[in-house]
Design a protein around this ligand. Structure first.
Ligand SMILES: C[S@@+](CC[C@H](N)C(=O)[O-])C[C@H]1O[C@@H](n2cnc3c(N)ncnc32)[C@H](O)[C@@H]1O
Length: 377
């Protein structure tokens, strides 16, 4: 099987989590940079990575990398890439460009030159002057950093955070990829109890349940490369068949999702149903401060209001202070809180064992980790 160089893109701060996921899928890492991990895989691996990576935003197929300081150089280098061997004759292709600290900086010019160079290469090989562009989508990404161009094809289509289960949203939801990463960063595993007392639309409990049941996060959605002739239909079919087979049907998870707002709880229920995990989550409408955290060795992973988007700073601080009077008394618990509020630790009154800067979309947040003891066997 031929190996290809692929790039998994992820949010800043999640590179180590994403890298670990790629290694667990059995792929060899080439390098890890800010927001992207380059790895090797065959065509089946492209389907597998798209279906299974929980913390990646996209999987890109690397087509070329070269230095270019003039448009002539850019044209020539792009024209030398064997586009016709990947892009279908009727492929509908779009070029997106990004340029940072480089001599070539006009995005619209880069896009136009790159598209022309691709069309010229395809004209020669397909022996035609006209492309209908009515078929499968091919998005070419040209990213130029300090005069070095990296050219990729997007194999994912919609960002991988779009799992297909979010039929109802709430204000300020977490990105699915980030919620999955929070669970992967915690000590939670399927044998332990999980609480999200500020569950909103249910992203954290749903992602945890999918992880616990070994449900591939991409099973409920489409991918651009699923429609490429180059991939071959059987590769995707087989990857999907294997993913269905891998679901662990025989376990029962212990996950509690609650929120003060009844509409949010209804949204979380609807989303969990769509994700096929509703039977594994117990829902409740209750104030997080009145929740009974009865089960020993519980893990709380939660995303309380920030005090900007949902609550005033004053009431958010009051809430954090109240939590600081409740959670540290749960001695067997491990507690993980993500908040955009930089004052969180000070108001909560306890310094975390570890904190990590993460991004929810463009919002800078902090993931505060308070480790409890491991359960005794
Ligand atoms: C930032 S949102 C959580 C978003 C969620 N992680 C998601 O992905 O949809 C915070 C949630 O806390 C809830 N909330 C606010 N005060 C609360 C309280 N005292 N107890 C429980 N939930 C509360 C809000 O209704 C809101 O749904």
């Amino acid at each position: 099987m031929q190996e290809y160089e692929c790039i998994a893109t992820t949010s800043f701060g999640l590179e180590a989590v994403c890298k670990r996921e790629i290694i667990e899928l059995g792929f060899k890492i080439k390098k890890t940079e800010n927001g992207k991990i380059t790895f090797f895989c065959d065509k089946a691996g492209i389907a597998k990575a798209n279906l299974w990576l929980r913390s990646a935003d996209r999987v890109l197929l690397k087509m070329g990398e070269f230095n270019a300081t003039t448009f002539d150089q850019l044209f020539d280098q792009i024209n030398q890439i064997s586009w016709h061997s990947v892009i279908d004759k009727d492929g509908k292709f779009t070029v997106l460009a990004k340029s940072v600290k480089s001599k070539l900086f006009s995005k619209s010019d880069i896009q136009a030159i790159v598209k022309k160079a691709i069309v010229e290469e395809m004209k020669t090989h397909y022996n035609t002057n006209w492309f209908e562009e009515s078929g499968a989508p091919f998005t070419v990404l040209v990213s130029i950093l300090k005069d070095k161009a990296t050219v990729t094809l997007d194999t994912s289509g919609d960002g991988l955070h779009k799992r297909g289960y979010r039929v109802r949203s709430v204000k300020a939801p977490l990105k699915e990829t980030l919620a999955a990463a929070l669970v992967l960063l915690s000590f939670w595993d399927k044998s332990r109890v999980l609480y999200d007392p500020f569950c909103g639309s249910g992203t954290i409990p749903i992602e945890a349940a999918m992880l616990g049941l070994n449900i591939a996060p991409g099973l409920n959605r489409d991918f651009a490369s699923k429609h490429w002739k180059w991939m071959g239909k059987d590769i995707w079919k087989e990857a999907i068949r294997e993913a269905f087979k891998a679901i662990d049907q025989d376990i029962k998870l212990n996950i509690y999702a609650s929120d003060l707002n009844a509409d949010s709880v209804e949204a979380a229920k609807a989303n969990a149903f769509e994700a096929g995990v509703d039977e594994h989550i117990q829902f409740d409408t209750v104030d997080a401060r009145k929740q009974s955290y009865n089960e020993p060795y519980g893990i709380i992973i939660t995303n309380p209001p920030y005090g900007e988007r949902l609550l005033s700073i004053k009431s958010a601080n009051q809430l954090y202070e109240d939590l600081g009077n409740i959670y540290p008394k749960l001695e067997s618990y491990s507690i993980y809180i993500i908040s955009a509020n930089k004052e969180f630790e000070a108001v909560y009154g306890k310094t975390s064992n570890k904190r990590r800067k993460l991004y929810n979309g463009r919002i800078e947040t902090w993931f505060y980790q308070y480790y409890g003891p491991k359960p005794q066997d």
